[in-house]
Design a protein around this ligand. Structure first.
Ligand code: GDP
Length: 483
């Protein structure tokens, strides 16, 4: 029955959206990706570029001068926070610091006045919806019982790399009797240790991606509620939880999590998107090794599966397939020399293809791009003995440490990131040792964070942000809607 109510609600919403879209063409663009993938920076740079005259040669409507202007309009959804665009721009440009990252859903409305190719003047409304990718990985939970989820989570946590990180949680788990009386303190301790384990997996050195429930790491406004205070128990998949037991308590909260968190997000936000960009920090995964890469692949398969679920609802069949374009983007490409950008794209393409196979995926057009929403580095050839090495120049953030040196945030350094292998398979077989600073006196620059670039002012004009292939992303995501 609840599914029927859900369908009715979704259909009513779709009708409203449809009516509005008829008079006022609107594209709802979802921007997602796991924590620190680059969502905040991407949206900030995209909006800044469109409203302040960025350089976008590959974005046809813009480059050919058919876009008269783009401007921000009041945020349309009353219950969703507005994306803090102005603050982020100030931080990025005036302070040359990276803005604070996405922790919750937020939204921004951009209006684009443009001329159609046939000469008619038109307006396109672009609603940009920023949300943590962790939340998307929760959707498969809707089809899983507590016992199934427990079994899967435990099996995963016993795999090679994860087992070590899970040791403190496993130790506590071993002291619990699922059939014993329900116990708030035990639940709190379990949830805390389980969350610590998830967080440890997300650490740079491991960079693992597949970690539902998403809100445990990105709680939004639900931190400390019972819906977030549960954890897996070692229970049989087909077992029944005795009344009043710890097991029953955990199961109840797991179901609450689905009701309070997962379903509303799917219904109110995800099901209403038209286009989607999924950002991934593939470089962090390369550097962490093949396990992290397989993990990223599994996470992308999980994400792709959500788009399939999204399309199989009655309403999408009745009206239109909602998400009809998905772009996967490897971010922070400015950490590589441009010779490697195509290789980065090739690796991501390989990961996405595999993920699509695993996700029984059918439907929307998919593309892949390697980009840097904000380019923090420049390229140069640096003389090393007899060789001229292709290198990148950037200013490491204050406090960054490499090879024992602590940077002051003002000094520019040259790094030699090394090349990605020609053949993506090498990465998956673990033959690739990670990006390095080959030739740079053994300093380890792999995880160095550069400050945002210093911008050149061109007379009185606002400075624009340099980027890599951001225009290609725009062309794929909305180019066809500006014909
Ligand atoms: P979010 O968690 O997905 O919102 O991630 P952010 O957009 O906050 O990005 C996380 C961090 O990645 C930033 O603080 C930057 O250090 C880095 N970053 C993101 N985008 C870029 C980029 O285009 N170039 C460089 N060099 N660093 C980036």
């Amino acid at each position: 029955f609840s599914d029927i109510v859900e369908e009715a609600r979704l259909s009513a919403r779709a009708l409203l959206d449809y009516g509005e879209g008829f008079f006022n063409p609107t594209v709802r663009l979802g921007v997602t990706g796991l924590s620190r993938a680059g969502k905040t920076v991407f949206i900030t740079a995209l909006v800044h570029g469109l409203t302040r005259g960025g350089r976008f040669p590959v974005f046809e409507a813009y480059a050919s001068g058919r876009i008269a202007r783009a401007y921000l309009a009041p945020q349309p959804d009353d219950a969703v926070p507005r994306f803090a665009y102005e603050n982020h721009v100030r931080t990025l440009i005036e302070e040359r610091r990276w803005p604070s990252s996405t922790t919750d859903i937020s939204e921004l409305r951009l209006v684009i006045d443009y001329q159609r190719q046939n000469g008619a003047d038109r307006m396109l409304t672009l609603d940009i919806v920023d949300y943590p990718g962790e939340w998307l990985l929760d959707l498969p939970l809707l089809n899983k019982s507590y016992e199934q989820w427990s079994g899967e989570s435990l099996a995963l946590s016993r795999e090679a790399l994860r087992a070590k990180l899970a040791a403190p949680w496993h130790a506590h788990l071993a002291t619990l009797t699922p059939e014993g009386r329900e116990d708030e303190q035990a639940a709190l301790a379990e949830a805390r240790l389980f969350t610590d384990y998830l967080r440890a997996c997300r650490d740079d050195r491991f960079a693992m991606s597949l970690l539902p429930p998403g809100r445990f790491l990105m709680p939004g406004n639900l931190a400390n509620t019972p819906a977030l205070t549960f954890a897996p128990l070692d229970v049989p998949i087909d077992g029944g939880a005795p009344d009043g037991s710890l097991w029953a308590m955990m199961r109840r909260r797991y179901e609450a999590y689905k009701d309070v968190v997962v379903r509303p997000f799917f219904r109110d936000h995800f099901a209403r998107l038209d286009r989607q960009i999924v950002l991934a920090d593939a470089l962090a995964a390369f550097n962490a090794g093949p396990e992290a890469l397989h993990d990223l692949e599994a996470a992308l398969a999980g994400i792709l599966d959500c788009f399939r679920i999204g399309r199989s609802t009655i309403l999408s069949a009745l009206f239109r397939p909602r998400i009809d374009r998905i772009l996967f983007a490897a971010t922070k490409a400015d950490h590589l020399h441009h010779q490697s950008h195509d290789r980065l794209e090739a690796v991501l393409r390989r990961i996405v293809a595999k993920a699509a196979e695993r996700a029984e995926y059918a439907g929307a057009a998919i593309d892949v791009v390697a980009l840097a929403a904000v380019r923090a580095t420049r390229e140069a050839q640096v003389q090393r003995g007899r060789d001229r090495l292709p290198s990148i120049l950037g200013t490491p953030a204050a406090g960054e440490i490499a090879n024992g040196d602590t940077f002051d945030g003002e000094t520019e350094v040259a790094t030699f990131p090394g090349d990605l292998p020609d053949n993506p398979e090498a990465l998956f077989r673990g033959e690739f040792r990670g990006l390095s600073s080959a030739g740079a006196d053994t300093a380890d620059y792999r995880f160095l964070r550069f400050r945002p670039p210093k911008l050149e002012r061109n007379g009185d004009a606002e400075p624009t942000l340099p980027h890599i292939r951001l225009d290609r992303a725009l062309q794929f995501l909305i180019g066809d809607r500006l014909q």
